[in-house]
Write a protein that binds this ligand. Structure first.
Ligand code: BGC
Length: 456
């Protein structure tokens, strides 16, 4: 029987750069993603796409909120564009930028939708990048000031703040392999330094927000490798738990390098030479600065099955995959929250989950996306299993509400419940949006039946 807690928070998410557009409107400063798209003749992004207009949410947020309301969305996780509110990152404040978020927050509340703010979803002010970005420790003070500004402005209206989105990707894709902004390809030591500064920045921001508003909840959103047992036995579960936090092969795309530093106030120096050298350099005084978040945001897309000795089991030929060729592994939604709860004991929210499909408007004018309905049905059913086993997951935020700018893949990948025509900016709810509305209205009860694909 699929069941969710009575006060479970059903919602959706997006990020400033991926949907807002208006990249230089009303005093906004440039971000590293504006630069990354515009530089080198557009070669950094598929088809030379950029975020200049994106979904134009900056001008169309009322229409989008009306669509959220029509589909029963109860919470909306969005990020604030740091350079929209502080154009150079640590200088003058741009009142027009703050006003946009004021309007957005008020419009959400008027529609009965809980606003949830992420402070940093990767669009760093370019001026801070010119000073070294996350490699320069001064960023900690700049982030703290930015966090205080946002808390002072929104604390009465917003009860849930997330400091950073996926330090794992920001550090390893942005500073390690360079396929994301700022496109730097640096050593493992530098990537570790970025991690450390992000951990310090989270902690300073959390203290600043709490000083302004002691009652709000402050979380951090992470992602990383997660394993699940191919066969559900006690040995299989134990092996999957160990494999999920094993740093010996690969450490940068892990939950634990970042979260151990915040929660356990130490870096794991057992498994990897880079981390060993790095951990040895971190002074005790830095560890004492770390703040345990009130909750963890988990972005879960897929996982790796392992056998009872923790060895990865290859996917069978023809295993289902998404348009991005990510494997479809609903079981990860059962085990990953359990692994993280066992390790850290904190409440959690699924802050992102979804998939890219090759969606289009069909001849009947609708967008039929049975793959998304099937995927979500399976993942949500697995999430209910984690909850049934006592894992404190407070909510689920679908990624994404609208189709949007998918980073280096530009507009080629469609993750939304709502289809966006990028020529006309017309929004068309997909079948999955109507189906998700039923999930929300029934608090997950419809998951007890096989979905009616297509004609929702
Ligand atoms: C990011 C989103 C992204 C999604 C799908 C997450 O890593 O937080 O910004 O669009 O995954 O790739």
């Amino acid at each position: 029987m699929v069941q969710f807690p009575r006060d479970f928070l059903w919602g959706a998410a997006c990020a400033s750069f991926q949907c807002e557009g208006a990249w230089d409107a009303d005093g906004k400063g440039p971000s590293i993603w504006d630069d990354f798209c515009h530089e080198s003749g557009g070669k950094n992004i598929k088809h030379g796409d950029n975020g200049d207009v994106a979904c134009d949410t900056y001008h169309r947020y009322r229409e989008d909120i009306a669509l959220m309301k029509a589909h029963g969305i109860r919470a909306y996780r969005f990020s604030i564009s740091w350079p929209r509110v502080i154009p150079d990152g640590d200088g003058a404040i741009n009142e027009a930028g703050l006003q946009y978020y004021d309007n957005l927050v008020d419009a959400l509340i008027e529609s009965g939708i809980e606003p949830m703010i992420t402070l940093y979803h990767w669009d760093l002010p370019s001026a801070l990048q010119h000073k070294g970005g996350w490699l320069n420790r001064d960023i900690v003070t700049a982030f703290e000031r930015y966090a205080r500004l946002i808390a002072e402005r929104f604390a009465g209206r917003v009860r849930c703040f997330m400091t950073l989105n996926e330090p794992q990707c920001a550090a390893s894709l942005g500073y390690g392999i360079g396929i994301h902004a700022p496109g730097w390809k640096l050593s493992g030591e530098c990537v570790a330094r970025v991690y450390h500064h992000m951990a310090l920045a989270h902690s300073a921001a959390q203290r600043a927000i709490k000083a302004v508003a002691p009652d709000v909840r402050v979380g951090v959103v992470c992602c990383g490798r997660m394993a699940y047992p191919l066969v559900d036995t006690p040995e299989g579960r134990e092996a999957a738990y160990r494999a999920s936090f094993d740093l010996s092969e690969e450490w940068a795309f892990s939950y634990n390098v970042f979260l151990d530093s915040l929660i356990w106030r130490r870096y794991d120096d057992s498994a990897n030479a880079v981390l060993r050298r790095f951990a040895a350099e971190i002074p005790e005084s830095d560890c004492l600065l770390m703040e345990t978040p009130d909750f963890l945001g988990m972005n879960i897309y897929n996982g790796q099955p392992v056998d009872e000795s923790g060895r990865p089991v290859p996917f069978p030929a023809g295993n289902p995959s998404t348009a991005l060729k990510w494997p479809v592994t609903p079981e990860v939604m059962h085990y990953a929250p359990m692994h993280l709860h066992r390790r850290y004991g904190l409440p959690m929210i699924i802050t992102e989950n979804g998939l890219s499909c090759n969606d289009k408007v069909f001849l009947d004018g609708k967008v039929h996306d049975p793959d998304r309905i099937d995927f979500l049905h399976r993942y949500l059913t697995n999430l209910s299993m984690a909850i049934a086993e006592g894992t404190p997951v407070m909510g689920y935020l679908h990624w994404s509400f609208l189709d949007n700018f998918e980073w280096a893949d530009g507009y080629s990948e469609r993750f939304g419940l709502i289809h966006v025509d990028y020529e006309t900016l017309q929004r068309t709810p997909k079948d999955s949006a109507r189906w998700y509305a039923q999930v929300i209205a029934s608090n997950g009860d419809v998951l007890n039946e096989v979905p009616k694909y297509g004609c929702v």
